[in-house]
Design a protein around this ligand. Structure first.
Ligand code: SF4
Length: 470
């Protein structure tokens, strides 16, 4: 899972807004980040391993010129990261093309081999590289943006929400035919923006226009009229299939102040909590406490639904990154113990409900319960808002192989015992579907993958450990 933004202005530089915007999508990827701006037919690039702050500190005046550009924050890959692997990518064809995406291309090896047969060699292992090469080649043929996107949608499988620039012609965005990863359009008086989350639009002063539809290609064309520049939004739905938005955006990934597909993330989490509460018995519960931060909104919903007190029973050290996207198991395990600490005065002697967004491997939940037991609660009920994650994600979220997913191998009671809870409650797929109320991908819950993925591709991705390439 990554974050992307694209901005075009009539006559203002965009670098400042792109750098500010990258901070707002930092939670979507902390491994690396990059910006490309376009001025005339020139591209200006800045990339950096690590956090956005480090990149921003290195940008000097004049480094990123131009009134359109794109940026990317990258979710970590298990296989490590080389310098050239950071997005956005560029191709120096007649009209210089830039591109960044959020998602995962499941037929990357086939695309790579096909390009090789035509004498085109890739210089990285990043899945966007074959996509930009095919796109730039097709666009070079007859300057038809929609035709180039159609070729991509015919050849490229998996999830992809893409932003990019073409020469000085304009800013583009397209989304795979299933609409798996989010992407939306905003407008200001002098420009347009594409972004993974609405918090970027709201903070940078753009009015939400709409989400890019599944299988839709959008182009913001720059048109010079004498000395004046006009921006015109054009779009076409190229290929829409079975729409399947990632349910995990609403449960965990997106910021709670974002709205995706017109469903507010905060209210979805609150309502999911209330739905779970309908299946719990409030009689022997003293307090509900969240695992900060992603369990918070649902914990409020559960406490409201049960009619019991909500308390901040765990304090988070805000200077440690999100454990879920730390790059190795060792770091994940160590970081839990320095990240969270119980509030003994609230927890001691009580029957507590601890609410987290999900249980993936089970190790983090076990450590959280070990940590909270140091404060001597009388009883611990653990709630996972997400239903049991039983299958890997091939669309950009680092859910590991099935062997490592605890719900894939253990019964409900075995999971409860392993994590050390007295009781264990999961959200259900029915909760998720009814609360979010959109056509969803729930493949990591039910094994029904919306796109075509062969057994060979699954095995290859498992072997490459590359289910999260973006
Ligand atoms: Fe999201 Fe799960 Fe589908 Fe991956 S498999 S896109 S995490 S719902």
């Amino acid at each position: 899972m990554c974050g992307v933004i694209g901005i075009i202005k009539k006559d203002h530089e965009v670098a400042g807004e792109l750098l500010l915007g990258m901070n707002l999508i930092q939670h979507r990827g902390q491994d690396a980040c990059g910006v490309i701006t376009a001025c005339g037919n020139e591209l200006f690039t800045k990339k950096q391993k690590g956090m956005v702050d480090e990149l921003v500190g290195k940008v000097q005046d004049g480094d990123l010129q131009g009134d359109m550009g794109i940026c990317h924050t990258r979710y970590p890959t298990a296989g490590g990261l080389q310098n050239g692997d950071t997005q956005p990518f560029r191709v120096n064809s007649t009209r210089k093309v830039s591109m960044a995406h959020n998602g995962n291309i499941t037929n990357y090896p086939e695309l790579r081999d096909k390009l090789k047969e035509h004498g085109v060699f890739l210089s990285t292992f990043v899945d966007i590289e074959p996509v930009i090469k095919i796109f730039a080649y097709e666009y070079e043929q007859d300057s038809d943006y929609y035709k180039a996107v159609e070729v991509i949608m015919n050849k490229v499988e998996g999830s992809y929400s893409v932003v990019g620039t073409i020469g000085d012609e304009g800013l583009y965005a397209f989304r795979d035919p299933y609409g798996i990863r989010p992407l939306m359009i905003g407008k200001s008086k002098d420009g347009y923006i594409f972004a993974s989350e609405s918090v970027v639009l709201q903070t940078l002063g753009y009015e939400y226009v709409r989400d890019v539809q599944a299988g839709e290609a959008v182009f913001i064309r720059r048109i010079s009229k004498g000395k004046k520049v006009e921006l015109e939004l054009e779009s076409r739905v190229i290929d829409q299939r079975h729409v399947s938005h990632c349910m995990f955006e609403w449960i965990y990934f997106a910021r709670p102040d974002s709205i995706i597909e017109q469903k507010a993330v905060y209210s979805a989490r609150l309502e999911l909590g209330k739905a779970i509460a309908t299946r719990m018995d409030p009689r022997d519960i003293d307090i509900v406490i969240p695992v900060p931060d992603s369990g918070r909104s649902s914990a409020i919903g559960i406490a409201e639904g049960l009619g019991v007190k909500y308390r901040e029973g765990i304090v988070k050290n805000r200077y440690v990154g999100r454990t879920f996207i730390m790059p190795s198991q060792l770091l994940r395990e160590k970081s839990v113990s320095i990240k969270l600490n119980p509030v003994t005065s609230e927890v001691e002697g009580k029957s507590i409900v601890v609410v987290d967004d999900s249980i993936v491997r089970g190790t983090t939940s076990k450590r959280i319960i070990d940590m909270i037991r140091k404060a001597k609660p009388r009883k611990v009920t653990f709630v996972s808002v997400c239903p049991p994650v039983k299958f890997p994600c091939y669309y950009g979220v680092d859910f590991p192989t099935a062997d490592e997913l605890i719900a894939s191998n253990k019964t409900h009671d075995e999971i409860r015992e392993y994590i050390g809870a007295d009781e264990l409650v999961f959200g259900t797929i029915a909760d998720v579907e009814s609360v979010i109320g959109k056509p969803l991908c729930c493949a990591c819950l039910n094994g029904r993958y919306p796109t075509k993925i062969t057994k060979d591709q699954m095995n290859q991705m498992k072997e490459d450990n590359r289910t999260n390439r973006c």
